[in-house]
Design a protein around this ligand. Structure first.
Ligand SMILES: Cc1ncc(COP(=O)(O)O)c(C=O)c1O
Length: 396
């Protein structure tokens, strides 16, 4: 073996990123392999919208491609898209938002990495709420930051408690990172909690960063952004994007709304690392944001219908409890009355009935003994999945 293949040949960062995907993910990976081999697997473990990006958005991108919008763009993003985001923020919040508080990134993941890179040094602590979206830990690993975990409880509908979050702030905390509406549970943090949290963080000199990528998928009550809830915005950062709401996950468009001083630094970070997002994609994203009411409503209604279909069906199965989410693309299924190990349950379900659900322990200890069922499949497929789950449970 060449010395250039040894671990020593690579940076410490690569070692921090080189973590095994846990047992929980192995179930999903095995299901994908089975599917590839042509087996009839019902895949309910994927978080990618099944809808096509609406045609007018696709047509818009194509027409911009054709007129040559294929060159470099400013590091902070095209002004049209930054304005469209600022207008959206101004429409939905009492605080006016200007385009120079907005920066554009290729997806929410890249936006989060940029923001945390600008706020956190190696050894700093970031307070995060568990259950936690699986993409956060690798970013913290990359930055050599430490996660201080606050556990949300099932009994509270996985809504994190304000006191727990405030108590987690310590001397080395630089950032608190929250996610509302949340993946995997769909829990929404109430505006009063967000407001008090923002104030508490401000008084302690800490940034409050909120990932709101599911903001447009709320079913029973409206999403209230951190930017809307907070009284002062000095330490407030909101990240959102089009991956979920507009079924545009592969287009890679996300944004950050932050105070100007941070936005300026994000521009420097973006110039060094991505050097701008494709022009024609930003053009189409601006079009999408300015003309989206109909499409987003249609998709939201479809997810709501799927949620109700799945929850009603699962609740009729003895021993299974579906936690009807307020928002998002997932249903958490409580299997504590049936099994003592969610990973084992998911494995057995896949073997016996070829249904793939994600074990809750992939998101942390607080969602152990749950499974995450994705609503990103058509109604027929969801019903097929529920029927197989019922057969599996009744055969045990
Ligand atoms: C909470 C959360 N944040 C961020 C992302 C990633 O978003 P993007 O595809 O825009 O990078 C996801 C995707 O599943 C998510 O669930």
């Amino acid at each position: 073996m060449s010395e250039f293949e040894d671990d020593d040949a690579f940076s410490a960062l690569t070692a921090r990123l080189d973590t095994e995907s846990g047992d929980a993910w192995l179930v999903h990976e095995r299901a994908q392999e089975m599917k590839k081999r042509g087996e009839d697997v019902v895949m309910l473990s994927i978080g990618d919208p099944d809808f096509r990006t609406p045609d007018p958005i696709v047509d818009n991108a194509v027409s911009h491609l054709r007129v040559g919008r294929t060159h470099y763009s400013p590091a902070l993003g095209e002004i049209n898209l930054r304005r469209a985001v600022a207008d959206y923020e101004t429409r939905t919040s009492p605080h006016r938002c200007s385009a120079d508080e907005v920066s554009i990134f290729p997806g929410v993941t890249a936006a989060l990495y940029a923001v945390l890179s600008c706020l956190v040094d190696a050894g700093d602590e970031v307070v995060v709420v568990e259950p936690m979206y699986v993409g956060y830990q690798p970013i913290l690993n990359a930055l050599d930051a430490t996660a201080t975990v606050v556990r949300a409880r099932s009994a509270d509908g996985f809504e994190p408690r304000l006191d727990d979050m405030m108590a987690a702030v310590g001397a080395s905390t630089r950032v608190m990172l929250v996610n509302t509406p949340g993946n995997p549970t769909g829990a929404m943090i109430p505006p009063a909690t967000l407001a008090r949290l923002a104030e508490h963080c401000r008084s302690r000199g800490i940034w409050l960063v909120c990932d709101e990528v599911y903001s447009m998928f709320t079913f029973d009550k409206p999403h209230i952004s951190l930017r809307t809830a907070a009284d002062r915005l000095d330490n407030v950062v909101v990240i959102d994007g089009l991956s979920k709401s507009h079924a545009m996950s592969g287009w890679r468009i996300g944004w950050v709304v932050a105070p100007r001083a941070l936005t300026r630094r994000l521009g420097q970070f973006a110039a060094m690392s991505m050097f701008g997002c494709p022009q024609f994609i930003q053009d189409a994203a601006a079009f999408a944001l300015n003309n989206d009411e109909f499409y987003v409503r249609e998709m939201r209604n479809a997810y709501r219908k799927r949620r109700d279909l799945v929850c009603d069906r699962l609740d009729s199965i003895q021993g299974v409890r579906a936690l009807r989410p307020d928002s998002g693309m997932f249903v958490m299924v409580d299997i504590s009355a049936l099994h003592t190990d969610d990973v084992e349950f998911a494995r057995e379900l896949l073997d016996a009935e070829k249904v793939s659900l994600l074990p809750g322990s992939a998101f942390g200890e607080s969602t152990r003994l749950h499974l995450r069922l994705s609503l990103a499949q058509g109604e027929d497929e969801l019903i097929r999945g529920c029927e197989r789950i019922e057969r599996f449970v009744s055969s045990r």
